[in-house]
Write a protein that binds this ligand. Structure first.
Ligand SMILES: [Zn+2]
Length: 392
């Protein structure tokens, strides 16, 4: 009984756990209008022999819970809400090609269609995608204009698989990539992107593959290529090209890596790389699909793991970018636990000293021995191949 009571316990903020800081959350309810359908998981298909079909994993419920936990959860006093806006077509061309945007506009005009596996542009989807992109740009602009240091773009459809000329993995427009371009065109010299969604941030990597101004680091499940829309493998040897060589660091982690393994990777691999790169802007690309209970991932993070990642990212921003940190929402498909993990991550970013919300699902056993070995081996490979990591 006692343990169950503790699990349900919402610790009220006490004087020792309150923070005077706020996170500026950018959101627009129009993004709920992107309807992805029902079927067998993300296929959109009804096989005819199931009585109950499920919602596509990237559905509006997951985001509704993320909004409501920030509005009514214990972190709510530390949230400042801002209304997002749609992106303008010319704004999309910093990252995407005109031809690709024309294709999406045309698909929307004709009533929508499946764009690639699991990725459906239905009536309302394009408007939502424009809102996700514009809302992320607004969140970045808020930091650029000096109104605040911590912004979170709570957006869907997600973006980090969207490549300059290719939709992929539920993503149409690369929200984070567009924000990075906005920072660069506003005078920032170097932007670091840390992507902890369980999947490889292939779209963002592709968009900056030839750039030494943007360091993209992706921690992901070792899932490899998944077809024509996602030709990248996410392996350690995909390091960038030309002057961007060495500025894409892939960290494919073994299945089941968990809280300790992620913490080890953040502190021992990500942090030293950020230190060497010396960014003046940082973007944390977040997916709660790295959680222990996500239908789309196998990485076993719990709320503690997300809290640690938020803390480490914030520490890095404080040290290197004057505290400037944009957080961008990507995947995360367990309708309840994704919201809890988001709450924990933002607590970490705010450096809340005592957890405000107990984990309703963990405990999850973890042995980090293997993942630590893998992280060390990846780090060794990067040090061998990447000149800027060896600079004094
Ligand atoms: Zn994902």
């Amino acid at each position: 009984m006692e343990a169950a009571a503790e699990l349900r316990n919402l610790h009220p903020p006490s004087s020792s756990s309150t923070s005077t800081e706020v996170i500026h959350v950018f959101w627009h309810e129009g993004m709920l209008k992107h309807y992805t359908g029902n079927g067998v998981f993300d296929s959109g298909m009804d096989p005819g022999f199931l009585d109950v079909l499920e919602k596509h994993p990237e559905n509006s419920d997951r985001i509704r819970n993320m909004v409501s936990i920030l509005k009514r959860g214990p972190i709510s006093p530390m949230i400042s809400w801002h209304t997002g806006r749609p992106a303008l077509i010319p704004e999309l061309l910093s990252f995407h090609t005109q031809e690709y945007i024309n294709e999406l506009v045309e698909a929307d005009r004709k009533g929508g269609k499946p764009i690639c596996a699991g990725t459906f542009l239905n009536p309302g989807s394009w408007d939502s995608a424009l809102l996700a992109a514009g809302t992320t740009l607004s969140a970045m602009k808020y930091i650029i204009d000096g109104h605040g240091n911590l912004s979170y773009a709570l957006v869907r459809p997600p973006g980090h698989h969207a490549q300059p000329n290719q939709a992929d993995g539920y993503c149409f427009l690369n929200n984070a990539g567009l924000a990075v371009h906005l920072a660069l065109s506003s005078g920032y010299k170097k932007v670091a992107v840390i992507d902890i969604d369980v999947h490889y941030g292939n779209g963002t990597a592709e968009g900056f593959y030839g750039s030494d101004k943007v360091l993209t680091i992706s921690l992901h499940m070792n899932h490899g290529s998944w077809g024509p829309s996602h030709p990248q493998n996410g392996t350690v040897d995909e390091l960038g090209k030309e002057k961007g060589f060495g500025y894409n660091l892939n960290v494919p982690l073994p299945n089941g890596t968990g809280d300790k393994g992620y913490d080890y990777a953040m502190r021992n691999l990500v942090a030293p790389a950020i230190k060497k790169f010396e960014p003046d802007m940082m973007v944390l690309v977040v997916g709660q699909d790295s959680s222990a209970f996500d239908p789309n991932g196998r990485q076993c993070l719990t709320m503690d793991g997300y809290r640690n990642i938020g803390q480490t990212a914030r520490g890095l921003a404080n040290k290197h970018t004057g505290g400037r940190l944009l957080i961008v929402q990507e995947g995360g498909y367990h309708v309840t636990y994704s919201a809890y993990c988001l709450h924990a991550l933002l607590e970490g970013v705010l450096k809340v000293p005592v957890s405000l919300l107990a984990d309703p699902i963990a405990y999850y056993p973890e042995d980090e021995t293997f993942s630590v070995k893998v992280v060390e081996s990846i780090k060794g490979y990067h040090l061998n191949c990447v000149p800027f990591l060896r600079e004094a």
